[in-house]
Design a protein around this ligand. Structure first.
Ligand SMILES: [Ca+2]
Length: 114
């Protein structure tokens, strides 16, 4: 019998957060695996001209189906407008990519422009 791999995906494809608040990103496996499952991720930030990228790997140990990460969006007093970040899953090992495999985070500026 062929082995059917679980899928790995985000629980939401978009999220909106206000500066100073935190955002929790959750990645789930469709079914628990008896093997280690890993999936890579890339975070691309576009904060009104400030571009950055960060990559890493999420690991599911056997039996685990949920991984969450919480980020605090730094508050500032600048009026820079809203920013966005794109988080993309790639290169799964022991699973296949499900849907959604990317997530857009919109960061709302909480400062009033003069
Ligand atoms: Ca601001």
């Amino acid at each position: 019998m062929p082995v059917i791999l679980p899928t790995v995906q985000f629980t939401a494809s978009s999220y909106t957060v206000t500066e100073g608040d935190s955002v929790t990103i959750t990645v789930t496996l469709s079914s628990p695996s008896t093997q280690m499952v890993t999936v890579g991720y890339t975070v691309q930030v576009n904060d009104n001209g400030i571009l950055g990228a960060e990559t890493g790997t999420i690991e599911f140990h056997p039996g685990e189906t949920t991984k969450s990460a919480t980020f605090i969006i730094q508050d500032d007093t600048c009026c820079q407008g809203n920013g966005t970040a794109l988080v993309v899953l790639d290169n799964p090992m022991g699973a296949t990519l499900g849907s959604p495999s990317s997530m857009t985070i919109t960061v709302l500026d909480n400062d009033i422009c003069p």
